[in-house]
Design a protein. Sequence first.
Length: 419
Amino acid sequence: MRSPRTLRMLSAVAAMVLLFAAVTNWSGCRQDDGRIRITLWHQDRIDIRIILQRQLDRFMKLHPEVRVEELFKETEELRSGFIIAAIAGQGPEIVYGPSDQVGPFEVMNIILPLEDIFEKEWIDQFDPRGCTWYKGHLYQVADKLGNHLTMVYNKKLVPVPPATEVELIEIAKRITADLNGDGKTDRYGITWNYTEPFFFIPFMTGYGGWIMDSAGTPTLENRGTVDGLKFIKQLRDVHKVIPNEADYNVADVLFKDGNAGMIINGDWSWAGYLNAGLDIGVAPLPRITTTGLWCEPMVSPKGFSINANVSDEKRKWVIELIRFLMTPENQLESARELFTMPTHKAVQAGEFVQSNEILRNSRIQIEHGRTMPVVPELRAIWDAMRPSYQAVLAGTKTAEAAAREMQQMALRRIKEMNE
């Protein structure tokens, strides 16, 4: 049941979008050329967009009566824009993205259950982790599995990647150096976007923590949060093997320029490092010796959901398009060029995925990962973690106080969401 706050929001955004649609004639079914128009919103980077357009062009060649248009939007813009549009009965027929958007979309009743649209035999062709079920219904089918962090290492500096956090520190210390004698570090052992909570999750899990229980209640005040925070702070302040400050872009440039031996980054980054001329390896994140647990990053599929407002005329073409984009041939094309993990079982078992070093290690990391929750409460948890986490790094808060305040703020934000 929708809360009064949600209903008020729905009324406001619906009015805004209806006005916009009236002005722009956004909801037109056919182009002037008479073809049926299908629109797909996504948040993929440019190299994936090139492959997507190539595949869409092949689909349109097979079905000249259909025009498919892809539209890139930043992640947050896609999420909020689709909600606003779909509530007003508009928006793209297909929305593509990571699985954590399923929860917010389901709450608004703006995406269709898929288990009655696609037959079970077709669904069963795919890795179950690529099919996002929520509240008993299938809301997304994915062509890519992962969106996960791994250890990426420059083989010139790190011939063998670390298997434990102890080895990580030892290797990072050997690499970290003042190369020109000016008293400043020029090369770091490891770097990553360690100021963001998403990039903290592997160390939280490695020390035994997790963000929520099975009911979606936050569990941030735990030993894993405390010890994970302390470990990252020690890497910077005690071992001095990571930069004093590093957002995503700073870390990425350091690694690309050969000024860091290792970086913790996602599967979206690997092709870029190879194209930059680096000889990289991809390895699972280390095991924590004191707990015996692997650092487990969040893992999520990226796939297709169908707008609840799709017309009967367009529905059959939307279904046909998703089937086409999910074929083994198209998934293999992406895997070969971008090293993304396919969801089709036949492609996973095929020669390329089995023999490729990067994909083999990516699959091991996926096995060591934790499925990203799709519940709407996840957004409140991210927002609650960030201030206290960054306060620990700034030295203004203890790890214990941060974990306690993260939990309190997450509970408060979730309560506000549901009022």
